[in-house]
Design a protein around this ligand. Structure first.
Ligand code: AMP
Length: 388
């Protein structure tokens, strides 16, 4: 593998997508005096608020991605639903990490699962669905419950239906088939825990994987990440190794977040990949000696990456728009911040809607139990729900 030239501080990183991940990446970049330019149509987006420059155009506008490429030294993207062809167009002018090919694989669940199987990595049994008859046959083969998902554009549980009995098949099929994307159906995994790990890989093939996180979802949206996870050290180590293996096998340069199920037999099945910083890695901002965002800046600039270490048990809780809605737009931050070890991260989104990720709280403590208690209590206090 070729060693790419090193981009020194003062160089410019292009970020496709203006959400919170781009914002936190831009903040880390600025810490090391890299400049950032964001491509996003919204001039008030979380990333635009902190970036050095913006191209306010749609992501699928190829002229815009080329303009971004001409104005920057390296490009990355902060969400998967960008047009892979416009990413390829940018890559003709400036290095893009992870590559357009990694993006293509990970933005389609069917491609992703086939790539994992080819790499010898276990996933939940699945079938591609092209018709109602396919779905009926797959249900017979897989057994209930099953999860029907759109192959593309699904996130935070959008574009998913759990089917528990044959009577519900037609309704669920019609619901998701109307979205006009390919469909995939998976066996419902009776997991004992969900866990994720994020691996950073450089263009010369070095890897460093963050300590895995135990993830608890509510309404399909990540609610809490607990580090270290409350399972045996050997399972945690296996999760870390699996994430590293995925990064190597898919030839990822950048970050890859690997979400996994731990089965009752302690087997790891990969559920989903994300070629970017990940919500379950936000804990690294306060719990590790380097954050996922700093690590990505290092990869993008060709600098050495760090072998990240957890310096204390850490819990992250997401702050959704509901916290604002339920407090008439006035969460009680002062009471939340009274608690020890609490760090507040807000994304600067103007409109707090229910289910929308507005920020997160990280808590470091001596034990994972203390961190979990304090993090939940801090959020309840902000939410004006706590009586403590
Ligand atoms: P995904 O969009 O695939 O990450 O799914 C969101 C969440 O839905 C996962 O984190 C799981 O909690 C749940 N889920 C998705 N697929 C399955 C499955 N095959 N079995 C059990 N739970 C699932």
């Amino acid at each position: 593998m070729q060693r790419e030239s090193i981009l020194n501080p003062g160089s410019t990183i292009g970020i496709i997508g203006g959400g919170q991940l781009g914002r936190m990446l831009a903040i880390s970049a600025r810490q090391m005096n890299y400049k950032t330019i964001v491509l996003d149509p919204d001039t008030g987006s979380p990333t635009a608020q902190v970036a050095d420059g913006q191209i306010a155009e749609a992501y699928e506008n190829r002229d815009a991605t080329r303009e971004l490429a001409r104005a920057t030294d390296v490009i990355t993207y902060e969400f998967e639903n960008v047009d892979a062809d416009s990413v390829s167009a940018a890559a003709e002018l400036t290095p893009v990490h992870p590559s357009a090919s990694v993006l293509r694989t990970t933005q389609n669940r069917i491609h992703e699962k086939n790539a994992l199987l080819k790499a010898g990595i276990s996933v939940a049994p699945f079938r591609q669905v092209e018709s109602l008859a396919d779905l009926k046959n797959a249900a017979e083969y897989l057994g209930y419950p099953i999860v029907l998902k759109t192959a593309t554009e699904g996130y935070d549980g959008k574009g998913q239906a759990i089917i528990t009995r044959a009577e519900d098949i037609e309704h669920s099929y019609e619901l998701l088939a109307s979205r006009r994307t390919q469909l995939i159906v998976e066996q419902f995994v009776q997991f004992k825990m969900e866990i994720s790990a994020i691996c950073a890989r450089t263009s010369d093939g070095r890897t460093a994987t963050f300590p895995p996180a135990e993830n608890i979802h509510r309404n399909h949206i990540l609610d809490v990440s607990i580090v270290p996870p409350r399972v045996s050290d050997s399972v945690i180590e296996n999760a870390r190794l699996l994430a590293t293996d995925v990064a190597v096998q898919l030839d990822v340069v950048g970050l890859i977040a690997v979400e996994m199920f731990i089965t009752k037999e302690n087997e790891l099945l990969v559920n989903e990949l994300a070629p970017r910083p990940h919500n379950s890695g936000h804990y690294t901002m306060d719990g590790c000696d380097t954050s996922q965002f700093e690590q990505l800046v290092r990869v993008l600039s060709g600098m050495p990456i760090m072998e990240p270490k957890l310096h204390s048990p850490t819990v992250m809780v997401n702050l959704l728009g509901d916290v604002w809605e339920d407090t008439d737009g006035d969460p009680d931050w002062a009471r939340a911040l009274e608690l020890p070890g609490v760090s507040l991260h807000l994304y600067g989104k103007a409109e707090p809607r229910g289910g929308r990720k507005m920020g997160h709280i990280n808590v470091t403590a001596d034990t994972v139990e203390d961190a979990l208690y304090i993090a939940t209590e801090a959020r309840d206090r902000a939410w004006r729900r706590s009586r403590a």
